[in-house]
Design a binder for this molecule. Structure first.
Ligand code: UGA
Length: 473
């Protein structure tokens, strides 16, 4: 094991010996993002993992050491364990019989006005049928993000009905949410900030405790299933609220002479309660301050879906969820702000050549789900502008949304800037930091609209960004 491995995975030889003594046989249903990352990481922690999926192609790819999704370090870790601590299979029956604990990691897409629980319910029913033929005690853990109550009101009854057995007696049921950030998921799993162990009883929580036994010095919170479910939603909703708060203030700063949201937030962040001092008296910048910056809105497969699901769950429970409804409303309007900034320079956008820089919902990923770039491109197309899109990783994904007939995909950042009337930064890619240099070399007339406040205002001739108030002469 290299020093890199030790630093990344936080383990040493002593712990390796220890964890072998508590190796568990675990099956994981669903080899999407959460299921596969959990599978390879738990294999790295010494457990024996069977990943189950209905999709033959995915199962074959995993068994060949190929990850069906892109995530930093995932494929190399998969290759390290496949055929040893980890195997993939389409045979759920066999997997349940050969393991003592099953994690449900299937999708919960947002449909209509709530999350669609059909995959979770079907999965629980199938597991239930198999449990009727299994004589040993088994533990079923929900890892998919589900609204509070789902594990006990949907999963548990499906297991009981289909197995003819009783939860708490012949099998255990628990909820163990994940807190993985795309692009950093392996790190987040191996070095988590917390582990939430939700269960219907102590026996289930103890089983979960055993799964995570080798995660020393990590705060573990043992609780009931509904609280575990709520913690996941509360965590994402808080971060989304901070973003919309910063964006709302940014929008107000845009109307306020001589005020810039960037400076305002710098002042806010200096509050010792937000950035405390370390032992040497040096200010620490906690990661969550990254969510208190104004920009063109949040996206991804989690924040928009989770906040919507919590609002809808709240309304069904008789709570209006005013703050979180406003968080979504602010976020839905935020991409329009960059168009409004552009229209200050070009009231009529017809025929204008506009570069959209950044298509992914955040840097270091090719994921475009709920990316603010999508409504921006749609709106610009409605105005009959010519769109030239560039992203270091997400071009292919965006082609499913906008064809090559609708917009031009540029191969390089240079190409995207050359000869355009304006460019809009939509994603905080590190690669974009050289934009001022490119503008000076190739296109001094370019209007730069900064949706992420990445570029220094003074470094380019024609600049505007989210949250900059009008200048007073
Ligand atoms: C998020 C959470 O951060 C994870 O803790 C959680 O486990 C995960 O959802 C999940 O539920 O699975 P992720 O969606 O990968 O992770 O993305 P983040 O890095 O948190 O960024 C989310 C969005 O917020 C991005 O669109 C980003 O551009 C945006 N953002 C972030 C802003 O608009 N402004 C900011 O100041 C910060």
């Amino acid at each position: 094991m290299t020093h890199f491995d030790e630093a990344l995975f936080g383990i040493n030889q002593t712990k390796l010996l220890k964890r072998n003594s508590s190796q568990m046989n675990i099956s994981i249903v669903g080899t999407g993002y959460v299921g596969l990352v959990s599978g390879v990481c738990l294999a790295e922690k010494g457990h024996k993992i069977t990943c189950v999926d209905l999709d033959h192609e995915k199962v074959n790819a995993i068994n060949n050491g190929e990850s069906p999704i892109y995530e930093k370090d995932l494929e190399s870790l998969l290759q390290k364990h496949v055929g040893k601590n980890l195997n993939a299979s389409i045979n759920l029956e066999e997997a349940i019989h050969q393991t003592s604990l099953t994690m449900i990691c299937v999708g919960t897409p947002f449909k209509g006005d709530a999350i669609d629980l059909s995959y979770v319910r079907n999965c629980a029913s199938e597991i239930g049928k198999i449990l009727s033929r299994k004589s040993h005690y088994h533990t079923i853990i929900v890892k998919s993000t589900v609204v509070p109550g789902t594990t006990e009101e949907c999963v548990l009854p499906a297991l009981e009905e289909n197995s003819g057995k009783s939860a708490g007696k012949e099998f255990g049921v628990g909820m163990n949410p994940e807190f993985l950030k795309e692009g950093n998921a392996i790190q987040d799993f191996m070095n988590p900030d917390r582990i939430i162990l939700g269960g219907i009883d102590d026996k289930t929580r103890n089983e979960l405790e055993q799964v995570y036994e080798s995660f020393d010095h990590i705060p573990k919170l043992a609780t009931n299933c509904r609280t575990a479910e709520m913690i996941k939603y509360a965590s994402n909703s808080l971060l989304a609220t901070m973003i919309s708060f910063a964006n709302e203030l940014g929008n107000l700063c845009s109307q306020t002479p001589e005020v810039d949201i960037k400076e305002v937030m710098r002042g806010v962040h200096l509050d010792e309660r937000l950035s405390p001092k370390d032992d040497q008296g040096k200010k620490i910048r906690p990661g969550f301050l990254n969510y208190l910056e104004a920009g063109c809105g949040f996206g991804g497969s989690c924040f928009p879906k989770d906040v919507k699901a919590l609002v809808s769950h709240g309304k069904k429970s008789g709570e209006n969820m005013r703050i979180l409804s406003a968080v979504l409303e602010t976020n839905a309007l935020q991409p329009k702000r960059v168009i409004q900034l552009l229209q200050k320079f070009f009231p009529n956008l017809q025929g204008k050549k506009i570069a959209v820089l950044g298509l992914a919902f955040k840097p270091e990923t090719d994921d475009i789900r709920e990316s603010p770039a999508i409504p921006v491109i749609s709106d610009l197309l409605k105005e009959d502008a010519h769109i030239f899109a560039f992203d270091p990783a997400a071009e292919k994904s965006m082609e499913n949304c906008f064809s090559r007939e609708q917009i031009t995909y540029e191969a390089t950042l240079n190409d995207a800037i050359k000869g355009k009337d304006a460019a809009i930064i939509m994603t905080r890619w590190k690669e974009f930091e050289i934009i001022p240099e490119l503008i000076h070399q190739m296109n001094k007339n370019l209007i730069l609209i900064d949706g992420r406040r990445l570029i220094d205002e003074e470094s380019v001739p024609n600049y505007d960004g989210i949250g900059i108030g009008p200048k007073v002469d």
